[in-house]
Write a protein that binds this ligand. Structure first.
Ligand code: GLU
Length: 329
């Protein structure tokens, strides 16, 4: 069996790449370069309302500027072409058909208001909001037909029934052992009412078909992992489930996830303010815990010493003072 590791960076081109995204790009690149693996770039532009082609161009340019190259993806080899989710819709449709044929999908007619009314429940797997109650799973054929007259449904994946005491466990390469009770996040959407495939479906299909062995991403997606693992199994790819590693996010001085309101922390903005790529790489390595003291570096300087264990498990708080060093180097 081929044991070459395969990792990826999978940005959503809805905005500029910022420091937080660059941190993930650097860490996933290092993980593959240190393992002599294959690094892929996949553009997650499935949401055509939010995605902007010029942002993909900018992300690609920013990655090149940072010295983070990729072996597969736009402008490189493309054995698993295409590397833009917007051009992979047939593959998602095919996966959905397979789930349908297994009887693992059902239409959901719940309105936004109905979903909000269950939002008071504790947010089990929070990145998708409150756990879904399963209300539409119980509908009879006649009830479905009745509701279909008024509303186009979304499609939900019916989580397999497993005993309550059987936890879904996985070993996270950074965050350690994770365990989730079965069904805790509820049956999740795989195709929205407007026809768009969900992130969970698209990312699972892509990671499986692109033979990804190692997923390294932000820990805001930690709670998506049990969902994706269940999709892997349902789609017959249980043998191919990758190793997951979720790195802490960068936070603004107010303790919330870095965003526009914290100022322009986009790579493009920092570049035009005169920041050098070596300063940025050194800074990212320092805030990730890879080096003890800031120094300007090239990404390739970090390969030999890289291990997942070195990555700091605490989120780094980005203050004006922490950033000031970028401009002096
Ligand atoms: N496209 C997602 C994002 O930009 C990342 C998905 C993933 O790494 O699984 O947040």
């Amino acid at each position: 069996m081929n044991s070459t590791k395969r990792g990826r960076f999978a940005p959503t081109p809805s905005g500029d790449m910022h420091l937080g995204n660059a941190k993930i790009a650097l860490l996933s690149w290092l993980q593959m370069r240190a393992a002599n693996g294959v690094f892929l770039l996949r553009i997650e532009d499935i949401d055509h309302q939010r995605s902007r082609p010029e942002k993909s161009v900018q992300i690609i340019d920013d990655l090149c500027w940072l010295g983070l190259d990729w072996d597969e993806g736009p402008g490189a080899q493309e054995p698993h072409s295409p590397y833009f989710q917007s051009r992979r819709l047939e593959l998602y449709a095919e996966a959905l058909n397979r789930l349908e044929a297994e009887g693992l999908l059902y239409p959901c007619y719940c309105s936004r208001a109905e979903l909000h009314s269950i939002a008071g429940a504790p947010h089990g797997l929070a990145s998708e909001g409150a756990p879904y109650s399963g209300a539409c799973r119980q509908l009879t054929k006649a009830e479905r037909a009745e509701r279909a007259r008024k509303k186009t449904p979304s499609l939900r994946f019916a989580l397999p029934e497993v005993p309550q005491d059987q936890l879904l466990r996985f070993q996270d390469g950074i965050s350690g052992v994770q365990q989730f009770p079965p069904g805790r996040g509820g049956d999740f959407v795989v195709r929205r009412a407007d026809g768009m495939y969900s992130y969970q479906l698209a990312v699972t299909v892509d990671d499986a078909l692109m033979e990804i062995t190692n997923v390294l991403r932000g820990d805001d997606l930690l709670d998506s992992t049990p969902r994706q693992i269940q999709l892997y199994r349902a789609l017959g790819w249980g043998e191919q489930i990758p190793s997951f590693a979720h790195a802490p996010l960068l936070l603004g001085a107010d303790g919330t996830r870095l965003a526009k309101r914290h100022g322009d922390l986009s790579i493009a903005g920092l570049r035009s303010a005169g920041v050098r790529p070596t300063a940025l790489i050194g800074w990212l390595a320092y805030v990730s815990g890879l080096i003890d003291r800031f120094e300007p570096l090239m990404a390739s300087d970090l390969i030999a010493e890289f291990t997942l264990e070195k990555i700091d498990k605490e989120p780094f708080i980005v203050t004006g003072q922490a950033l000031s060093i970028l401009y002096k180097n």
